[in-house]
Write a protein that binds this ligand. Structure first.
Ligand SMILES: [Zn+2]
Length: 98
């Protein structure tokens, strides 16, 4: 995906990221290894429409499950194989729910 950044005109290169999908009250699903494009100049991230749909497909059932069970608000799912680590009390890395 070697495109130009619409924000700054910088070069966008392929990468992966962890996307935080929010739903309901305070419920967050961290989706790891999400393919995306990242601007080398400003850091803007770009996702294909199909990627966004898969994130929603993976995260929505987890959000609903979390709401119904009133368990811990966080789950982690791997984009690549759909492997779920749930629920977890502390997310890895710098992503902390608001
Ligand atoms: Zn940019």
């Amino acid at each position: 995906m070697n495109a130009k950044c619409v924000q700054c005109g910088g070069t966008v290169t392929d990468s992966t990221t962890t996307d935080d999908y929010r739903g309901g009250r305070n419920h967050v699903v961290l989706v790891e290894n999400v393919p995306c494009g990242v601007c080398q100049s400003c850091g803007e991230q770009y996702f294909d429409a199909g990627v966004v749909r898969r994130i929603e497909m993976l995260a929505q059932p987890l959000i609903q499950g979390a709401v119904l069970s009133s368990g811990k608000p966080l789950a982690v799912v791997d984009y690549t194989d759909g492997d779920v680590t749930e629920p977890v009390s502390v997310p890895r890395g710098e992503l902390v729910p608001a």
